[in-house]
Design a protein around this ligand. Structure first.
Ligand code: GLA
Length: 678
């Protein structure tokens, strides 16, 4: 059993990063700890890629350098987040167990010389990771520097699916467990189609590359199986560590950057949620993607404070164009994570590597050393985090939830969908972005969660929706909630089979509408939708032919395929029980979506802020104060109505705070008798 949620024994906002002293001589270690102290670093993650330098041959461990390092860190008041290096097994391992190498969907056997775990189903790999984790935990469980365990690194990348023979064997066992009988499997996968009926378990293979599109239900199950195997590997290590040490155990997620692992399930396994986030440089408003990742991380962690395990001080090295952060951007990014619930700000990595694939990646201590701009900003950020330390432990509260369901994404991402213009990531970003610009705080949720705390629930891309989850959403509306569902939702069940009754049928009570036919547009084609006040909304990519039962049409197609020769409903609103169900059957541009959302907010009783655009504001609520975190993405001053103490300057704010261009501020406002906790 995992231990209850716990925070590492650090009495400050954790500040630091991945540290790889094994890449450096001893004199550099001493310089490192001195500079860490100068920057206010209080925790570093070590040992994440050190397998080959610790277990030098099978079962032969040499911990001497790690002993020395942990002692040095402790003497300098720096805590260690101690990693298991199981994302990168040594050369000797693959030489001895070549069958543990991963085989891709196209049949390519992965070689050595990069990083990436062995097959998660390999018995030899599983034995090796348990041995390593046990020996590591046994040796360091009572070392005073060790405050947390960091299992593995970013499960799911670069290795997720594995098509090796041992994976196929494990997959058959997983399927037997899920379906008990071949009849059950044949029914779930719809194998009557294209003559795929199975008569023997031994004939069931992994969904490897085939002459045409492989059975989508089989592929969806393989995604589930892959996630399950990775979680088993994590659990093996976690339990091996727990037998010796009681420090919290985590593994670093990649919220909004990788979709291989179902983070809702993973968050149940860890003691504390941690996340890695990197800006996507091609996105001119990367701060919105950052906010999605941070809100998702907090949400999967059931709203408890979480650890920003990695981000970058400046450019990364793995994108097509690696754009350096502008002055102040690192602090804005860090504070945005803190505003959204992080109580730790860590980076990849402490000191830039001279050799290897990541030598052009930024670091806290760049190749240019302590005279660099980046280093100066790192020292400033350490000071800033000390000043806002009171924010630790406070919580973010949201009235709006956006549905984020990995199983649905896995299913939607398969081949032969009605239009390649439609993706879950694009729709979630569109709706999230509208609410971000309105400074409305968002949680993410699963459709089966208890949604009763929310006024508004948005389903931007719920392609797969089980009957039970549809019933939950329907109850949410019946009990007074406002539900907004975007097109191509409630289409299939858990086996990627179309719902009886047609598209949208499971939500027909809540929405008062079902979909007769998808009507995708041609590439680049635009269309006009008439809003109920006579104004025009702009749409593209997707129309639908709707059948209304109890819903009212509030916007109509006047051209494009949706018009079907006359005005036809495009957006509907339905009253059901004490609540309201909205349905959007087309893809609106950002301004048109804003028009619709204004009505939806009104139904839900949600209020958009009237702050200047580009001033991002998030509030954390503590026991005796609330903390308003403001980030000015504009290039001029922005005024924020606030009262309290601005923690970074110590200034008392009576009514209005001026946030400087590109600046950040954190205002602590003690609760008043009237103000209460919210
Ligand atoms: C990931 C990894 C790190 C490093 C960074 C570079 O997040 O966990 O080891 O490779 O990317 O951005």
């Amino acid at each position: 059993m995992p231990s209850p949620y716990s925070w590492p024994a650090i009495s400050k906002i954790a500040y630091g990063g991945d540290y790889s002293p094994e890449q450096w001589p001893r004199e550099v270690w001493r310089e490192d700890v001195a500079l860490m102290r100068e920057a206010g670093v209080n925790m570093v993650s070590v040992g994440i890629f050190s397998w080959a330098l610790i277990e030098t041959a099978e079962g032969v461990f040499d911990f001497s350098w790690l002993d020395e390092l942990l002692d040095l860190l402790h003497e300098n008041g720096i805590a260690a987040d101690l990693g298991t290096p199981t994302a990168s097994p040594p050369a000797w391992f693959f030489a001895k167990y070549p069958e543990a190498r991963v085989i891709t969907r196209d049949g390519v056997t992965m070689g050595f010389g990069a990083r990436g775990m062995a097959s998660p189903s390999s018995p030899a790999y599983r034995e090796a990771i348990v041995r390593y984790a046990s020996r590591l935990a046994e040796r360091y469980a009572s070392h005073p520097a060790v405050v947390m365990w960091h299992v593995h690194n970013e499960y799911g990348v670069p290795v997720g699916e594995d098509y090796s023979p041992q994976s196929v064997r494990a997959w058959r066992e997983w399927l037997k467990n899920r379906y008990s009988t071949l009849d059950g499997l044949n029914a779930a996968w719809g194998t009557a189609f294209w003559g795929q009926h199975y008569t023997d378990w031994e004939h069931v293979g992994a969904p490897a590359a085939a002459p045409s599109v492989v059975n989508p239900a089989q592929r969806l199950d393989f995604a589930r199986f892959t996630d399950h195997q990775l979680r088993e590997c994590f659990t093996l290590e976690r339990d091996a560590i727990r037998a010796h040490g009681d420090q919290p155990i985590t593994t670093n997620f990649m919220a909004n950057q990788s979709w291989t692992t179902d983070l809702w399930a993973w968050a149940e396994l860890v003691d504390i949620v941690s996340d890695d986030h990197y800006l996507w440089a091609a996105d001119p408003e990367g701060e919105i993607g950052l906010a999605i990742a941070a809100d998702l991380t907090r949400s999967v962690g059931r709203n408890k404070p979480w650890i920003l395990m990695e981000h970058s001080t400046s450019a990364v090295n793995w994108q097509p164009r690696n754009i350096a952060k502008r002055p102040g951007e690192m602090a804005r990014n860090s504070l945005a994570h803190v505003g959204r619930g992080a109580d730790a700000v860590l980076f990849f990595q402490w000191r830039a590597s001279r050799s290897g694939a990541e030598k052009f990646h930024s670091a806290m201590l760049p190749h240019a050393g302590t005279s660099s701009r980046v280093w100066k900003e790192v020292v400033q950020l350490g000071g800033a985090l000390e000043k806002i330390d009171a924010i630790r432990g406070s919580r973010v509260q949201a009235d709006v939830a956006i549905l984020w369901d990995f199983e649905s994404f896995w299913a939607q991402d398969l081949e032969w969908r009605p239009s390649e213009d439609i993706t879950h990531a694009e729709r979630i970003r569109a709706f999230y972005e509208r609410l971000w610009r309105d400074n409305i705080t968002i949680d993410f949720a699963l459709p089966g969660h208890d949604l009763s705390a929310y006024k508004l629930v948005i389903a931007p891309a719920q392609y797969l929706l089980t009957a039970a989850d549809a019933a939950n959403l329907t109850r949410f509306v019946e009990n007074g909630g406002t539900l907004l569902v975007s097109f191509f939702s409630a289409i299939v069940d858990e086996n990627d089979a179309v719902h009886p009754g047609g598209y949208g049928a499971p939500l027909k009570d809540a929405l008062g509408v079902t979909v007769d036919e998808f009507l995708p547009l041609r590439e680049g084609e635009k269309s006009t939708v008439t809003w109920h006040d006579g104004s025009s909304l702009r749409a593209d990519a997707w129309h639908e032919d709707l059948s209304l039962t109890t819903a009212q049409s509030v916007a109509t197609y006047v051209d494009g395929p949706g018009a079907l020769g006359g005005a036809r409903p495009a957006i509907t609103r339905n009253t059901y029980g004490a609540g309201t169900g909205w349905y959007l059957s087309t893809r609106l541009d950002a301004d048109s979506l804003a028009t619709v959302m204004a009505d939806v907010y009104r139904d839900a009783g949600v209020v958009a802020s009237d702050l200047p655009s580009g001033l991002e504001v998030i509030t954390r609520h503590g026991d005796d104060a609330r903390y308003t975190v403001a980030i000015n993405h504009r290039d001029d001053n922005a005024q924020l109505p606030a009262s309290g103490i601005e923690l970074l300057t110590g200034e008392t704010i009576a009514e209005t705070l001026t946030v400087l261009p590109g600046g950040v501020a954190v205002v602590r406002s003690p609760h008043t008798a009237e103000g209460g906790g919210r």
